[in-house]
Ligand binder design. Structure first.
Ligand SMILES: *Cc1c(COP(=O)(O)O)cnc(C)c1O
Length: 426
């Protein structure tokens, strides 16, 4: 591959044109493995950012894509409908929290979040109340488009760069207590305070249930979420749950909100929706929210992407949800969680390690020093694994089909990195 061209002309996520880092050329992927041009076989620890939950090149997903592409890959969704959209929405509603009745299909996670915020704003507009603030948590992540970024952690997403353009919302402290520790009542105090103080301006609360992903890989206590739901009910506020990372079994429950036994008013899903094949997301809501929105001045929900309900993506998503419906993921994710509980926690004895956290098929090592990206990436590739850390976080969320031998390989590589001072900026 022409890596020089790539380096000189192609932007990768969060990269500099002045100091582009090495990119590794992947030619194909199969099961839990990525294959490099040089012939290396890497065990994937990232599921391509939470998405490839069933592994790569899956026969059932391939079949769904092939069959659909021979019929039509795309057709507009305005005034037209098709079987793949009906199938995927039916299956989504059968899996999602039972109060959700309406599905809006969108093209990426960030757009699903934008849609959820617009729904909340239109909801209050229709009720004749002007409410334009959102309450969220520090260390959250909801995407890179503007509205999504405005409710993402202000420091991590560098709100200062966009000051004057970015709307300002309300941030409560994120819970400190770990999922596995005792609940500490003071963890909800700041949230309760901010909500009580500002509730008349707040259109909705938006947060990631149980696991805060890209904003810090924090895994918090279900009691926090339970109390958030109670407070939203008490003050009559909408609760938007962003399950774009956590949805479809990743945390050991089909949706992370099930850990707290709560239901959202609006739910965002994406990432693993197509098993990592294509970009597709969805925003689900209740009949009440949908009907209120549509009873307002606009008379409809004001959004409609060109590639809305893309049949190819819908048919693959539909096949992925069939695999989910077999419930194999439950034993697979449990097996990975048990492995983390036994093996990953031992990493706490390393001097470089500050804390180890895990839940379901998510394993996180927080280090004292930030990683030296170029070096640690090269070491991981040399050790035959694909792990992409950031800052002080080395984390893995492998495909559900990963076997102990694959998980062992991932942990051996992390061990080796922790023993290599060049992998960290001191
Ligand atoms: C990845 C992610 C998003 C954004 O999804 P994109 O598909 O990258 O736009 C939003 N929320 C959460 C929790 C995510 O993990």
């Amino acid at each position: 591959m022409d890596l020089t061209f790539d380096r000189q002309h192609i932007w990768h996520p969060y990269t500099s044109t002045l100091t582009p880092l090495t990119c590794y050329p992947v030619t194909h992927a199969e099961g839990v493995h990525l294959y490099l041009e040089q012939g290396d076989q890497l065990v994937d620890g990232m599921s391509s950012w939470w998405s490839a939950i069933h592994g790569y090149n899956h026969p059932l997903l391939n079949q769904a894509a092939h069959q659909q592409i021979d019929k039509m890959s795309h057709v507009m969704f305005g005034g037209i409908t098709h079987q793949p959209a009906i199938d995927v929405c039916k299956k989504l509603l059968s899996l999602a929290p039972s109060n959700l009745q309406q599905v809006f299909l969108a093209d990426s996670g960030s757009v699903a979040v934008e849609v959820s915020l617009k729904m909340a704003l239109q909801y209050w507009h229709a009720k004749g109340e002007s409410r334009s603030k959102f309450l969220t948590l520090r260390h959250g992540y909801h995407g890179d488009t503007f509205a999504a970024m405005s409710v993402t952690d202000p420091d991590n997403s560098m709100h200062s760069l966009y000051k004057g353009f970015l709307p300002e919302h309300i941030f409560a402290d994120s819970p400190q207590g770990n999922f596995w520790q005792e609940w500490d009542e003071s963890d909800i105090e700041d949230f309760r305070h901010k909500l009580t103080q500002h509730h008349q301006q707040i259109a909705a609360v938006i947060l990631e249930p149980i696991v805060q992903g890209a904003g810090g890989m924090r895994i918090y206590h279900p009691e926090f979420l339970r109390q958030v739901r109670q407070l939203c009910d008490e003050f009559n506020l909408l609760l938007i749950l962003d399950e774009i990372a956590t949805g479809f079994g990743r945390t050991g429950k089909l949706f992370a909100c099930e850990h707290a036994d709560v239901q959202p008013d609006i739910l965002c899903v994406g990432k693993a929706l197509t098993g990592g094949y294509m970009t597709l997301s969805a925003t689900l809501t209740t009949q009440k929210v949908a009907d209120t929105v549509c009873g307002g001045e606009a008379g409809c929900f004001m959004h409609g992407p060109t590639f809305m309900g893309n049949p190819l993506a819908c048919s693959v998503a539909s096949a992925s949800l069939d695999i989910i419906a077999t419930e194999q993921w439950q034993t697979q994710v449990k097996q990975i969680e048990t492995f983390f509980a036994e093996e990953l926690v031992q990493f706490e004895s390393y001097s470089e390690v500050k804390q180890v956290r895990y839940l379901g098929a998510i394993g996180v090592i927080e280090t004292h020093n930030p990683v030296q990206m170029e070096n640690i990436q090269a070491l991981f590739v040399e050790m035959g694994v694909w792990i992409r850390p950031f800052g002080r976080l080395i984390y893995i969320m492998p495909p559900y089909i990963s076997q102990p031998e694959h998980l062992n390989k991932l942990l051996t590589a992390i061990k080796s990195a922790l023993n290599t001072p060049e992998c960290f900026n001191q």
